[in-house]
Design a protein around this ligand. Structure first.
Ligand code: EPS
Length: 392
């Protein structure tokens, strides 16, 4: 049996709502919408965000696929209302005529989807690009990913993320420490494990804001409890590393994804990069190191997944770069829109959800079944066999 796992989302940043439809969940899975809302709330936090987050209070409404907090096997439809819609009803109205005072956006922001999107879809008003390219869309990615996460958590998978860099400030905390530092990361406005580095990061963000500038950074994901065998070496598009890095680099602003030792491995010798396989009486066959970041040959190997994401600075600058007005053809500064100075901590929560969704899809391919007990039985059978082979 092959399970089709997919979702589609729709919704403009300043339209009425975001909608997602998920296919592929087993029936009988416990799903408390409160768990999804908790991650939506985590995504809204973070030092460096602009005024929009003071308006929104993201919460899901489940419109189908759930009864008494249990999935029923049909598509799960999720809706998140945009509170800001009240301020944009005339500008973003799906019906009627444009208001007489509508001012189109005609000066693309360098680094933003404005220019390329406007050319591709032949939009005169670049608002039609920014409305969907906006990171507002990631609220639905968090909701959808959190559904996958709830399923994976019931099989012992745990997700951690932290911010290891903002601009020039490096936090230097290794991911293995994250399970112990999770409380500290959660209360940090920058998801930074080091209090000292957090103050320096805040100062860096304040300085960028004063200068009309923006900042990027680095996010690290650490995911434990992933069983060996998710993904596959036999087809290129089922390789777990490709699926995770493709999905993670589709998050707004993400420009690079590393797995395990990543780019540093390129400068090392093979004997220093690859993690030996060891047998220890009592513990069985295991790995003393994890430079592979939990994936070998496109397949999870049972070690924690370690992924790093580089996020570029947000392209909306209050002190804008040079651009051209597409109507007059004359040089003009890029459009200034309300925006964030730094959204790296939010992107970390988005990254957890995006990784959770990809892993949930790979998990369902490995452990198919129409209802939860069937999935659990397949999982238990497989894990017992794996443990026997590893002499555990
Ligand atoms: C964004 C611009 C800002 C951000 C937005 C992403 O929104 P607005 O244009 O309404 O001020 O706050 O992020 C979100 C709305 C969100 O929910 O994360 C952009 O241009 O990408």
């Amino acid at each position: 049996m092959v399970v089709k796992v997919r979702y589609l989302s729709g919704g403009e940043s300043h339209g009425p709502c975001l909608t997602g439809i998920i296919e592929g969940l087993p029936a009988g899975m416990e799903l408390n919408p409160g768990k999804i809302n908790r991650h939506l709330e985590r995504r809204q936090r973070g030092y460096g965000r602009g005024g929009r987050m003071a308006i929104e209070k993201d919460r899901v409404e489940i419109l189908s696929g759930l009864r008494f907090k249990r999935t029923i096997g049909s598509p799960l439809t999720i809706q998140i209302k945009n509170r800001d819609w009240d301020n944009w009803r005339s500008v973003m109205s799906p019906e009627g005529e444009p208001p007489p005072d509508l001012i189109p956006i005609t000066r693309p922001r360098p680094g933003h989807a404005d220019l390329a999107g406007g050319l591709k879809y032949n939009h005169d008003d670049l608002r039609l690009v920014l409305e969907r390219s906006s990171a507002r869309e990631t609220a639905m990615r968090v909701a959808v990913g959190s559904v996958g996460r709830v399923m994976l958590e019931s099989f012992g998978v745990a997700f951690y993320s932290h911010v290891t860099r903002i601009g020039s400030i490096d936090a230097e905390v290794t991911p293995e420490k994250l399970p112990d530092l999770a409380g500290r990361v959660e209360e940090s406005p920058l998801r930074c494990a080091s209090k000292e580095k957090e103050s320096l990061m805040i100062r860096e963000i304040d300085r960028a804001k004063d200068e009309g500038d923006s900042l990027g950074g680095i996010i690290e994901l650490y995911i434990t409890g992933v069983p060996p065998g998710l993904g596959s070496h036999v087809f290129w598009d089922r390789r777990l590393d490709g699926r995770l890095s493709g999905a993670l680099s589709s998050i707004q602003g993400i420009k690079g994804v590393e797995i395990g030792a990543g780019f540093t491995a390129a400068a090392m010798r093979g004997k220093d990069v690859h993690d030996p396989v060891e047998f220890e009486p009592g513990a069985g066959i295991g790995r003393p190191g994890n430079k592979a970041g939990g994936i070998e040959g496109g397949i999870s190997n049972g070690q924690p997944l370690v992924l790093r994401l580089a996020m570029k600075p947000i392209p909306t600058l209050t002190s804008p770069l040079a651009s051209v007005d597409l109507v007059s053809g004359e040089g003009a500064p890029g459009t200034v829109e309300r925006s964030d100075v730094c959204a790296v901590p939010s992107a970390a929560v988005v990254a957890e959800a995006v990784a959770a969704w990809e892993l949930a899809a790979a998990f369902r391919e490995k452990f198919a079944g129409d209802y939860m007990e069937e999935v659990k039985a397949a999982y238990d059978f497989y894990i017992n066999r794996v443990n026997r082979r590893l002499r555990k």
